[in-house]
Design a protein around this ligand. Structure first.
Ligand code: 5AD
Ligand code: SF4
Length: 460
């Protein structure tokens, strides 16, 4: 979500102030830090980065420094108290007001703060997006009203609200005309999407219906969504997995813990067996679906037995991949008040054990794909490839690429590179091919499973 917001900030300031992104921040006129406060570590980075920028500003007093995102939302005025050289503080829901805030700073040289939640106004004020490559994120809802007891998001991004259907569809249509083939529908809790239609404000469209509308847009070939909440998965979504081939076979479904006792203390609204039943339904609806998750270890009061339950859940489900974190107490959340007697060394130990198990499961899932053929949307050049490697390549693959692109093999030779794309199940695949196929769907024969990616050969 933050990456998406950063892109929107860049588009916005290009349109309003003709500000261009630079790769040399030392020379920038405006420096903006888009911050995350989900865990303490992310938050700490903000002030160390600002410390460096302060030195730059001493040399160039006209430099404008802004802090946005969830840390800004959480800390507000405190940022200015701790870092008085900051000119702008804006929250995740006020980034669209940046052009005016920038004008105010330039005119008055006074610090400007706005971390309110004006909600939908944000989308109305953002310029039409510019595609960067064949995949794009599109925000469909923002904020969260789940109030998991450890989580800061409802306080920094506000309560959940859905973007109107027509706004979402027109943004995607624009992206499709710019060559985007894959859309990821984005939100903290996309399963509770309820978008209004114009003129019919009493009926809303759910995520599954939205997916079907998106699938009908010319050029869009693959649809993903993230992030899901287990308690909000609907019957209509299972049906979408059965019926909508453009809906990619992957769900990121955070479970957080494998212990019912901890899930209840986290206020997650479901049990382990309910979660397992969801996984079962998803696998029935789309047999080869891949499932990933988020896990927290060391939540206050997590006993050794609770942790073993989490290990068992990971073992049972066999997640394709998972992100895992040590619980980080966040200011203003209920869990910060819970007695927490687990020593940090014990938490680290649990995390290491969990991550070793996750790694083994990912390796198994990746290994299972070796020998299969996968449909890949070619996204980008992975890294430079030596001419030697390309010369060694089978002529038949060059001919195949030539038939895909309609280009002569000779004219493509100098463009051969290591390319990267993702399978429908969201696995990164690296393979050698001509740059000209970036943005297209191709078939790749998987030859090797690495810890976090796959390697393959272009085929038909
Ligand atoms: N401590 C550790 N991890 C957290 N997450 C959210 N809040 C916290 C916290 N206070 C994790 C959850 C969530 C992911 C985005 O970040 O696993 O799914
Ligand atoms: Fe945070 Fe996700 Fe829970 Fe919302 S559903 S409170 S974003 S962990």
């Amino acid at each position: 979500m933050n990456e998406y917001d950063s892109t929107r900030i860049a588009n916005l300031l290009l349109a309003s102030h003709n500000l261009e992104l630079t790769t040399t921040p030392e020379e920038a006129d405006v420096l903006l830090l888009n911050t995350c406060s989900i865990r303490e570590k992310a938050q700490e980075k903000v002030f160390s980065q600002l410390g460096l920028w302060r030195i730059w500003k001493q040399k160039r007093p006209n430099l404008i420094i802004g802090v946005g995102g969830c840390v800004a939302s959480q800390e507000g005025q405190d940022i200015l108290d701790r870092a008085p050289f900051v000119d702008l503080v804006f929250g995740p829901q006020t980034l669209h007001r940046l052009p005016q805030m920038l004008v105010d700073v330039q005119q008055h040289r006074n610090a400007v703060i706005d971390t309110s939640f004006p909600q939908i106004e944000k989308f109305d004020c953002l310029p039409i997006p510019k595609a960067e490559g064949p995949t794009a994120y599109v925000s469909i809802m923002e904020g969260c009203s789940n109030y998991c007891t450890y989580c800061i998001v409802p306080y920094t991004r506000g309560e959940e609200f859905s973007r109107p259907v027509v706004d979402v569809l027109s943004e995607i249509t624009t992206l499709a005309t710019q060559g985007v083939r894959e859309i990821t529908l984005l939100g903290q809790n996309v399963n509770s999407y309820a978008g209004i239609f114009p003129d019919t404000e009493d009926t809303t469209v759910d995520l599954a219906a939205l997916i079907r509308y998106v699938a009908a847009i010319d050029g869009i070939e693959r649809i993903r969504f993230t992030t899901s909440h287990p308690k909000d998965i609907s019957e209509s979504l299972y049906l979408a997995f059965v019926e909508e081939p453009k809906l990619a076979g992957h769900v990121h479904l955070p479970v957080q813990s494998g212990s019912d006792r901890i899930l209840a203390k986290m206020h997650r609204g479901h049990t382990v067996s309910e979660y397992l039943a969801l996984i079962e339904r998803l696998r029935q609806s789309r047999p080869n679906i891949s499932i990933s998750t988020d896990l927290i270890v060391g939540f206050p009061g997590e006993t050794a037995a609770d942790f073993e339950d989490t290990m068992e859940l990971v073992d049972t489900v066999g997640f394709d991949y998972a992100y895992s974190f040590i619980y980080s107490p966040r200011p203003g959340t209920p869990a910060i008040e819970y007695p927490d007697s687990i020593p940090i060394a014990e938490k680290q130990d649990r995390l290491l054990r969990l991550q070793a198990l996750i790694k083994a499961k990912t390796q198994t899932a990746n290994q299972r794909l070796v020998g299969s053929k996968q449909r890949i949307l070619v996204e980008r050049q992975a890294r430079k490839t030596s001419q030697q490697l390309i010369d060694k390549m089978d002529k038949s693959i060059q001919e195949l690429a030539s038939s895909i692109t309609g280009l002569e093999t000779e004219s493509m030779d100098k463009h051969w590179q290591q390319l990267a794309g993702r399978t429908e199940q969201n696995r990164v695949v690296n393979f050698i091919g001509p740059l000209d196929i970036i943005g297209r769907f191709v078939t790749v024969h998987i030859t090797e499973a690495l810890p976090n990616s796959l390697r393959g050969i272009l085929c038909n």
